[in-house]
Design a protein around this ligand. Structure first.
Ligand code: UGA
Length: 431
C-alpha cells in the first residue's frame, strides 16, 4: 500500500483522502486552515456528504488517515502528492492558479526523491506543465488525474467510478498512479496530461450542454403543449442518449458547471477558437433562471401583491448543503429585484446559518425553519430544489394557511394531480 499526501481538504481532497485510506493506503491530508484541521482531527466533517463521516472515522481509528497543518508537513514522507486546492474563477473567466502554484512551491523542496505529484483540482489545460515548472524537480513526475465526483454522492462516485483517467508523459508514473486504484473495478484510461485535463472540462461542459438542451426542450414543450417528462423518458430509452441528466429544472448551477463551462470557453478563446456553442449553452441557462423567476413573479395574483412567496429549496441541488452558484438563489435574486418578498426553507440551511448571507450579502430573503412557516400567509409556493421531503407536503394544511393557491414546481418534483385535487393551480417545467 502507498503513502499519499493530500493537499487541500475541500470536497475533492477530503473525499479523495478518506476513500484512499478506505482502500488501505496511508493518507495524510493537509490544509492551511488551522481550525478546520483541528476539527477534522476530531472527526468533525465540515460538509454534508453521504458516507464520508463513516470513512473519516474508520481512517482516524485505524491510523490510516491523518490531518496536519501545512502542505510540507504532509508531503515530506509521502510517495504520492495529490493537489486538491481550489481553482476559483478569475475576473476574465479563466481559472485562477495561484493556490495551485503556492501549494506546488511549498512542497517542492520537501518531496522525497522520485515521488509523483498528481493534479486532482480542475485545472486549465496545460497546468500539469505549470506545476512541473514550479516544482523544478526533474526526478518528480507530474500527472493529471481529474475527479468526476458529484457532491452528495462523492464517496460512491470515487469508489465505484465510471472510469479513472490518468494523464502522464511518464509511463512508469502512470502505472504507479493506476496501482493506487487496484482495488477499484473500473476502466483505467491512460493518456497525455493535456488530453486528461481536456476530458475533465469536456465532460462537465457536455453535461451542462445536455441540461441546457433539456431545459430548452422543456420551454418548447410548454409552447407546443407536450409533457417534457414523457419526452425525456422517450428520449432516454435510446442508449445513445441515455437516461441520466435529463431532468429539467430552474437552470443548472453549483461550484463546478458554471465555472468549468466558462473556463472551457475561455481556454478555447485563448487557443484561437471561438466556442460559440458553449456561450449559447451558458446563455440558455441564464434565460432559464429568468424564465423560472418570471413564473414565480406571475404566480402572485394582483390582489395578493402584498403577500410573500414561500420558497422551498436554496441549495444548488438536493443532498448537499452547498449554496455556491445555486440556481435557486439566481432565481430569487430576480424575484426580489422585481419587488416581491420571499420566505424560504431548506433542510440543509439553518435559520441562523450565516453562510447564505456571507456568499450573497445583498440577498433580501427571510429563512425559516420549516415549509409551513414559509407558507403561512403566502401568495404562492415554489419548489426550487428537489429535496425528497417536499414530495410529502400536506396540501390540506397548505390550503388552510396560504392566502393564494399557486404552486410553481421548478423541478417537476410533485405529482400535479395531488395539489390540483386540493384546489391548487400547479405549474411545473415543460408540462
Ligand atoms: C458535477 C459533475 O456531475 C461531476 O461529475 C464533477 O466531478 C463535478 O461537477 C466537479 O467538477 O467537481 P456537481 O457539481 O456535484 O457535479 O453537481 P451535479 O450533480 O452534476 O449537478 C449540477 C447541476 O445540474 C445542479 O444544479 C443540478 O440540480 C443540475 N441538474 C443535474 C439538473 O438540473 N438536472 C439533472 O438531470 C441533473
Amino acid at each position: 500500500m502507498a503513502s499519499i499526501a493530500i493537499i487541500g481538504t475541500g470536497y475533492v481532497g477530503l473525499t479523495t483522502g478518506a476513500c484512499f485510506s478506505h482502500l488501505g493506503h496511508d493518507v495524510i491530508c493537509a490544509d492551511i486552515d488551522e481550525d478546520k484541521v483541528r476539527r477534522l482531527q476530531a472527526g468533525e466533517i465540515p460538509i454534508v456528504e453521504k458516507g464520508l463521516d463513516r470513512l473519516v472515522d474508520e481512517g482516524l481509528r485505524s491510523g490510516k488517515l491523518r490531518f496536519v497543518l501545512g502542505a510540507a508537513n504532509a508531503s515530506k514522507d509521502a510517495e504520492f502528492h495529490y493537489l486538491c486546492v481550489p481553482t476559483p474563477q478569475g475576473d476574465d473567466g479563466a481559472a485562477d492558479l495561484s493556490y495551485l502554484e503556492a501549494a506546488a512551491a511549498e512542497i517542492a523542496s520537501v518531496l522525497p526523491d522520485n515521488s509523483v505529484v498528481v493534479n486532482k483540482s480542475t485545472v486549465p489545460v496545460g497546468s500539469t506543465r505549470v506545476v512541473a515548472r514550479v516544482l523544478g524537480r526533474s526526478d518528480v513526475a507530474v500527472v493529471s488525474n481529474p475527479e468526476f465526483l458529484r457532491e452528495g454522492t462523492a464517496v460512491a462516485d470515487f469508489l465505484q467510478p465510471d472510469r479513472v483517467v490518468i494523464g502522464s508523459r511518464d509511463q512508469e508514473a502512470a502505472i504507479r498512479v493506476a496501482a493506487l486504484y487496484s482495488r477499484i473495478a473500473a476502466p483505467i484510461m491512460v493518456t497525455d496530461p493535456v488530453s486528461a485535463e481536456t476530458i475533465k472540462y469536456a465532460s462537465n461542459a457536455f453535461l451542462a450542454s445536455k441540461l441546457s438542451f433539456v431545459n430548452a426542450i422543456a420551454t418548447l414543450c410548454e409552447a407546443v403543449g407536450a409533457d417534457v417528462n414523457d419526452v425525456v423518458l422517450g428520449m432516454g430509452y435510446d442508449s445513445r442518449i441515455g437516461r441520466e441528466f435529463l431532468r429539467p429544472g430552474p437552470g443548472w448551477g453549483g461550484s463546478c458547471f458554471p465555472k468549468d463551462t466558462r473556463a472551457l470557453a475561455k481556454i478555447a478563446e485563448d487557443a484561437g477558437y471561438e466556442f460559440h456553442f458553449l456561450n449559447e449553452v451558458l446563455r440558455v441557462n441564464h434565460d432559464q433562471f429568468t424564465r423560472t423567476a418570471q413564473k414565480l413573479i406571475d404566480s402572485v395574483p394582483a390582489h395578493l401583491s402584498d403577500a410573500h412567496i414561500a420558497v422551498l429549496g436554496l441549495t444548488f441541488k438536493a443532498g448537499t448543503d452547498d449554496l455556491r452558484d445555486s440556481p435557486s438563489i439566481e432565481v430569487l435574486q430576480r424575484v426580489v429585484d422585481a419587488g416581491l418578498t420571499v420566505k424560504a426553507y431548506d433542510p440543509a440551511v439553518l435559520v441562523d446559518d450565516n453562510r447564505l448571507f456571507e456568499i450573497y450579502p445583498d440577498l433580501k430573503i427571510e429563512v425559516v425553519s420549516d415549509p409551513y412557516a414559509a407558507s403561512e400567509g403566502a401568495a404562492s409556493l415554489a419548489i426550487l430544489t428537489e429535496w425528497d421531503e417536499f414530495t410529502w407536503l400536506d396540501f390540506d394544511k397548505l390550503a388552510e394557511i396560504m392566502k393564494g393557491r399557486n404552486i410553481v414546481d421548478a423541478r417537476n418534483l410533485l405529482d400535479p394531480t395531488i395539489p390540483r385535487r386540493r384546489g391548487f393551480n400547479y405549474r411545473g417545467v415543460g408540462r
